[in-house]
Design a protein around this ligand. Structure first.
Ligand code: NAP
Length: 281
């Protein structure tokens, strides 16, 4: 039987509607809008598209969106200085550093310059540790979106065998930590993994987070498994061979329209949460 689609567009719309209401309440109470600053370094065309989308979405839910564009030649020190200043600026609630940054920049040093209280994209060590310990805090936006999708479709994670393909600091690793915190039995796969097909074929829940078109073949999927494809490759192709995987899975995310829209929804939800918590704290 064909798998049911996990509809990220609809779930993101629900989330954004709630955020819009929450922002209106925040404005009524404080007389100001929550403020998200996006920092973009360099001229990567896809990053420019993503930032434009984030800025437009922020404005639509009533969040004030500021954008800082820095040149391709920016140094780590210069970027850290900008992020330090934003961390100290009391009119700023959330900071998003669009990644990847140009290769001369030490990305980890840049992320660590973000005040954890404003880390609405969940990229700092503090946020990662909170995810790993199952504590309250800001989640990496895409992993947070994946967890919300799994919950919206009532996927039982307790004791489930979850295989995460990819281990990047912003996607594979944190989503594995969030699954572990929910009592899944988690396996991480990466470029050095042997027998990838064999490992994936044992999964009740597959999270694809690689960036290689259709790396995960449909016939690797265990019948009845849940398949979440975070990959996005040129031509609107995910990391999973969608049509064939859909024949075997129980639930599957489409690409586009699955994980992607949830990333922005989580980012804006966390911006509102940051603003609210700064107001009360
Ligand atoms: P990344 O930093 O390049 O990490 C890719 C990971 O895949 C690495 O851990 C790498 O292993 C692993 N990998 C590479 N080749 C592999 C192979 N043949 N078999 C198994 N694992 C392999 O990428 P990322 O930033 O995590 O992004 C991954 C994908 O998600 C991309 O398509 C990206 O566009 C997409 N993405 C989507 C969203 C969204 O909002 N929907 C957000 C972020 C990213 P090693 O660690 O061994 O190198």
């Amino acid at each position: 039987m064909e798998a049911q689609l996990m509809d990220g567009v609809a779930l993101a719309a629900d989330t954004l509607a709630r955020v819009t209401d929450g922002v209106a309440d925040f404005v009524a109470e404080t007389g100001r809008r929550p403020c998200l600053v996006t920092v973009l370094v360099g001229d990567d065309p896809s990053s420019h598209v993503y930032v434009r989308m984030k800025v437009n979405r922020s404005r639509r839910v009533g969040i004030e969106s500021r954008r800082i564009d820095l040149s391709q030649a920016t140094t780590t020190q210069e970027l850290v200085a900008v992020l330090d200043a934003l961390s100290d600026d009391s009119s700023v609630d959330g900071i998003l550093l669009q990644h990847p940054v140009p290769s001369q920049i030490d990305e980890r040093a840049a992320f660590e310059a973000i005040d954890p209280g404003k880390d609405v994209d969940g990229v700092t060590r503090t946020s990662f540790a909170r995810m790993a310990f199952g504590e309250k805090g800001f989640r990496s936006a895409t992993p947070g979106g994946i967890m919300r999708l799994l919950d919206a479709y009532d996927v039982d994670l307790v004791g489930a065998r979850a295989v995460v393909v990819g281990r990047s600091p912003i996607l594979g690793r944190p989503v594995g930590m969030l699954l572990l915190a929910r009592d899944a039995t988690v396996t991480f796969c990466h470029s050095r993994t042997q027998e990838l097909a064999e490992v994936v074929s044992q999964a009740d829940v597959v999270i694809a987070a690689v960036g290689r078109p259709e790396l995960i073949r449909g016939d690797w999927i265990k019948p009845g498994a849940v398949v979440v494809d975070a990959g996005y490759n040129e031509g609107n192709v995910g990391d999973v061979e969608f049509a064939a995987a859909r024949e075997r899975a129980r639930l599957i995310t489409p690409v586009p329209g699955g994980v992607g829209p949830m990333t922005i929804a989580v980012l804006l939800d966390q911006t509102l949460a940051a603003a609210t918590s700064r107001m009360s704290g």
